[in-house]
Design a protein around this ligand. Structure first.
Ligand SMILES: Cc1ncc(COP(=O)(O)O)c(C=O)c1O
Ligand SMILES: [Zn+2]
Length: 414
């Protein structure tokens, strides 16, 4: 174990359905609500924890997600499956910020995590719980990064891993799964087609389904983004957080984190406005938000360069919309060409090679400033959810023939 002395998840009480309130036991593995099929949330007795858990507890702990162990569901920290889930840096973007008239623009760079995306947090937690419950065969439908993370943590835990991804998912994602020994299947469809294949195979293969929000523990891992952000901002959270939204575990996880921190007395009642970012080519949450709906209709013909947010339909839609509305946030869709321009801008001006999903947050910030959803003086945090190094890159490269005179003057003209 990498985070000091062992302690159990003493504060976990039960799992609860946020739709029909049905209670589920925490001592056995759970999936979705047995009554209504909704995702389940892990609940903690934070009232009791309040007198025992103080922020000073964190001071001597390692800078990784397990430093928040009392707010995580694992019972025996000896079961933790870890690849070193480091705290990710909050990078002050002075140049991009100045271009927008902002002094307080930050990017939280989740590309630094194992397998180069924020998916590591959720899958480290989910594989840890599967390990605790003795599960040996796991599966996932994935746009790419979640599969990469499950495959790596599954390998580390000695599990059998089956990954299903759309055939046009980034090639590196399929290969990273194969590289760590997962069985990878490319499907000529979208992520919901992959999801159907996973569910239909369950009876024959007996695998545990790690799909977004169909198991309750990934969200607990994602929650650490919110806990970490609060700590990194000295418990005074930014005014707005922009988050690329696919299945929504990231956004819901942070919302849950902030609520738990308030109950613990570690932060006050002020919340960052949670701003959900999608691509115009697949924006079910934005449409539902604008329509004032409580759930989102499936998006037809979903298409975007940002594969991770190409999720036409998700079972956590009502929770995403609740998180946005409760925090006075909003939802913004941006076109792919603006995502790619924002990606280039972050790279050239700040040195951050962001995933297109992460870059979409900068494109959305520009729209938010125009719409006056965000004020230039506010402290704004953009989530870069993955490393751009995992995606194809097109740049202009020049060649030199070592046997000919080098044209140095041409270099100045570049
Ligand atoms: C890089 C990246 N960003 C964002 C997302 C969307 O994440 P969530 O399911 O938390 O909405 C994904 C999902 O695949 C992703 O890979
Ligand atoms: Zn229910």
């Amino acid at each position: 174990m990498n985070s000091g002395a062992l302690s159990s998840a003493a504060y976990v009480t039960y799992l609860q359905c946020p739709k029909c309130n049905e209670i589920h036991e925490s001592s056995t593995i759970q999936t979705v609500c047995i009554s209504c099929g909704s995702p389940l949330l892990v609940m903690y007795d934070l009232e009791s924890a309040q007198s025992e858990l103080k922020r000073s507890l964190l001071v001597s702990r390692l800078p990784d997600m397990w430093r928040y162990r009392e707010l995580l569901p694992v019972q025996d920290l000896g079961n933790v499956v870890s690849l070193g889930e480091t705290m990710t840096p909050v990078v002050h973007c002075r140049t991009v910020g100045a271009g927008l008239g902002m002094d307080h623009l930050f990017v939280k760079d989740e590309g630094r995590l194992p397998t180069a995306s924020f998916k590591a947090r959720g899958l480290a937690m989910a594989v840890t719980m599967a390990n605790e419950f003795g599960i040996r065969r796991v599966t996932i439908p994935t746009a790419g990064n979640a599969g990469g993370a499950l495959a790596a943590y599954g390998a580390r835990a000695g599990m059998e891993v089956f990954v299903f991804c759309p055939e046009d998912a980034p090639e590196i994602n399929a290969n990273e799964c194969g590289m760590v020994g997962a069985a990878v299947y490319l499907v000529n469809g979208l992520i919901d087609d992959c999801g159907r294949i996973v569910r239909e195979g369950k009876d024959l293969l007996g695998w545990f389904d790690m799909s977004t929000l169909r198991e309750p523990y990934r969200i607990e891992g994602k929650k650490t983004m919110g806990l970490e952000t609060a700590e990194q901002f000295s418990w005074d959270l930014p005014d707005a957080i922009f988050y690329p939204t696919g299945g929504g575990t990231g956004l819901i996880g942070m919302w849950k984190a902030f609520n738990e921190l308030e109950t613990l007395g570690w932060i006050g009642s002020k919340r960052p406005r949670l701003i959900s970012v999608q691509s115009e080519g697949c924006a079910p949450i934005v449409r539902a938000f604008e329509e004032g709906a409580e759930t989102a209709r499936p998006w037809e013909h979903a298409s975007t360069v940002a594969a991770g947010i190409r999720v036409p339909h998700c079972i956590g839609d009502f929770l995403i919309l609740r998180a946005i509305r409760e925090t006075n946030g909003t939802a913004i869709a941006v076109p792919d060409d603006e995502i790619l321009l924002a990606q280039r801008e972050l790279a050239e001006k700040e040195g951050i090679i962001a995933a297109p999903e992460g870059a979409a947050t900068l494109a959305a910030l520009k729209k938010a400033l125009d719409r006056k959803d965000v004020d230039k003086d506010e402290r704004v945090l953009l989530f870069n959810t993955g490393s751009g190094l995992k995606y194809p890159m097109n740049t202009t490269l020049s060649r030199i023939d070592k046997d000919k005179p080098v044209d140095y003057a041409a270099m100045l003209r570049r």
